[in-house]
Design a binder for this molecule. Structure first.
Ligand code: SF4
Length: 245
C-alpha cells in the first residue's frame, strides 16, 4: 500500500506534543477559505511512498521523539482520505512503540476503517472549523455533521483529543462566536484535553495565487494577539477545566 505523500517535516513542534515527524498526505474533502495548504487538496500525487519507506525516514529521528514526548503526526490535506494506508502505517508505528497523532477535519464516515483508525491512533488533533451549521458550510463547503459525529466518537472512545480552531476576523474571532464555540464544546469538557486557538494569518495566500484560485479572504487582516487573548478569556470562562492555548 502506497500513500500519496505531499511532504514531511522532521522536527515539527506545532502539531501535537513534543518534537514530531509530521507527514502531510494528499487529498481533502473540504475547501476551507482560510486554508494555507491548498496544494494538498488534489488526491493525486507525484510522490507515492509505502509505510515502510516513510518509517525508514522516521527511524533517523526516533531518539528526539522519545526524549521530548513526541512522535509522529499524520496531517494533510485530510489523512482519513487514505484509510488503508493509514491503518497499515498506524499498525507499524504501534509495533515500534512510536506515539501517533492524526490531524483531521473529521469529515469522514464512521465506517469499519475509520473505527480501526480510531482504535490504533494514540491521539487526535481535530479542527472545529465553525460551531454553526450554516457557518461551517460557508467556511468549508461541507456540512458540520460528520465532524461533530467524529468528535463524539473519539471522545466516547476515550482518545486523547486536542481541538484546533482558526480565528478569522469577522467570522470566527469575535466575542459572540467565542460564546458559541464554548457552547459547542461544553458537552465534551473533561474529555477534550486542550483547545488550541490559531490566529488567522496570510502566509498561504501566495499558494492560492499560484494555483489560480480565488482567495475569498482577500483584505482580511491577520488576527491580532489582543483579539486572540480576548477570545481565549471568554472561551476559558465557558470551559473552565480545559486548557486553552
Ligand atoms: S481541512 Fe485543512 S487541508 Fe482541508 S481545506 Fe481545510 S484547512 Fe485546508
Amino acid at each position: 500500500m502506497k500513500a500519496a505523500v505531499h511532504s514531511f517535516e522532521t522536527a515539527g513542534t506545532l502539531d501535537g506534543p513534543g518534537i514530531r515527524f509530521v507527514l502531510f498526505l494528499h487529498g481533502c474533502p473540504m475547501r476551507c477559505i482560510f486554508c494555507h495548504n491548498p496544494d494538498t487538496w488534489a488526491a493525486g500525487a507525484k510522490k507515492l511512498m509505502s509505510a515502510e519507506e516513510i518509517f525508514s525516514e522516521i527511524k533517523k529521528y526516533s531518539a528526539f521523539f522519545a526524549a521530548s514526548g513526541g512522535g509522529v503526526t499524520v496531517s494533510g490535506g485530510e489523512p482519513l482520505m487514505q484509510p488503508d494506508f493509514l491503518i497499515e502505517f498506524l499498525e507499524l508505528l504501534k509495533r515500534n512503540s512510536v506515539h501517533s497523532a492524526i490531524d483531521t477535519c473529521g469529515c469522514a464516515d464512521l465506517d469499519a476503517k475509520a473505527e480501526k483508525i480510531i482504535e490504533l491512533a494514540d491521539m487526535f488533533l481535530l479542527d472545529v472549523k465553525h460551531a454553526d451549521p450554516d457557518g461551517h458550510i460557508a467556511l468549508t463547503g461541507k456540512s458540520a455533521e460528520k465532524p461533530r459525529k467524529f468528535l463524539e466518537r473519539i471522545c466516547g472512545a476515550g482518545k486523547r483529543v486536542w481541538i484546533r480552531c482558526v480565528l478569522v476576523n469577522g467570522i470566527t474571532a469575535g466575542a459572540e462566536y467565542a460564546e458559541k464555540l464554548g457552547e459547542y464544546l461544553k458537552p465534551f469538557e473533561g474529555k477534550i484535553e486542550r483547545v488550541e486557538l490559531l490566529p488567522y494569518h496570510t502566509l498561504g495566500v501566495q499558494k492560492w495565487r499560484e494555483l489560480g484560485l480565488d482567495y475569498k479572504l482577500e483584505g482580511v487582516a491577520p488576527t491580532s494577539p489582543e483579539t486572540a487573548a480576548g477570545f481565549r478569556k471568554i472561551l476559558q470562562g465557558k470551559l473552565p477545566v480545559t486548557e486553552i492555548a
